[in-house]
Ligand binder design. Structure first.
Ligand SMILES: [Zn+2]
Length: 224
């Protein structure tokens, strides 16, 4: 039997759950990786390992089904009750499930735009949204979005972003306007988030250039 398809029996605080090694190892750097790695290391023979994947974990089993669904990449709904959310977050922290914690942070901000984005997120520019924003800004007198400004024309002037309020003073010369990326690869990585996610800085491919983007023009790419 391949290692990944091996059955694992978990007794979580007295309740029994069954899954396989591949599912538990899907979350890198998690509690389960350590649990299973120790198991391999201390096992004298392969056969011994194959027979004994039973673990007792002294935790509250109440939300463990949801945690397993997350690891199985099965769609699940987080409860609306804030107490339950707190309980799940505590369990996710115990099991070191960074992915689940990230989903939960997003859930906390679910009313906010299309994000919010977090550093490390994969995003794609929605050019239709960029054009809508350009059209709005062309008609307005107020401060524009810095991501639409030709930043190389600023020449050290201090300009505030009309969207997130950040100051161009904090930029280091690598920033470019998003419109300069048109017709280029539009799949990028978020490296910094401003003002609760209203804007973010993103890089694309191996380029060192940074694009200051309104979250409303970005689609999150879920890579599960
Ligand atoms: Zn901004």
């Amino acid at each position: 039997m391949a290692e990944g398809s091996q059955i694992v029996s978990l007794n979580i605080g007295g309740r029994h759950f069954t899954t396989d090694v591949a599912t538990l190892k899907r979350a890198h750097d998690s509690f389960f990786m350590i649990l299973l790695d120790k198991r391999w290391r201390h096992s004298p023979t392969e056969e011994h390992v194959m027979e004994n994947l039973h673990f007792f974990i002294d935790r509250d089993p109440h939300h463990f089904g949801l945690i397993l669904d997350h690891l199985r990449r099965v769609p699940f709904n987080l409860p609306t009750c804030s107490r339950a959310i707190g309980d799940i977050r505590r369990e996710a922290e115990f099991y070191c499930l960074d992915d689940l914690l990230r989903v939960m942070r997003r859930h906390d901000f679910h009313d906010f735009g299309r994000g919010p984005m977090f550093p490390g997120d994969r995003i794609r520019i929605d050019w239709r949204k960029v054009e809508e924003l350009e059209a709005i800004e062309a008609d307005s007198e107020g401060a524009g979005h810095l991501g639409l400004t030709r930043l190389d024309y600023l020449h050290g002037r201090e300009v505030y972003c009309g969207e997130c309020g950040c100051n161009s003073k904090s930029f280091d010369g690598r920033q470019r306007a998003v419109t300069e990326r048109r017709n280029n690869d539009d799949l990028g990585n978020v490296i910094k988030v401003y003002n609760n996610g209203k804007c973010c800085d993103a890089t694309f491919g191996s380029s060192k250039l940074i694009y200051h983007l309104p979250a409303s023009t970005l689609d999150l790419i879920y890579e599960h």
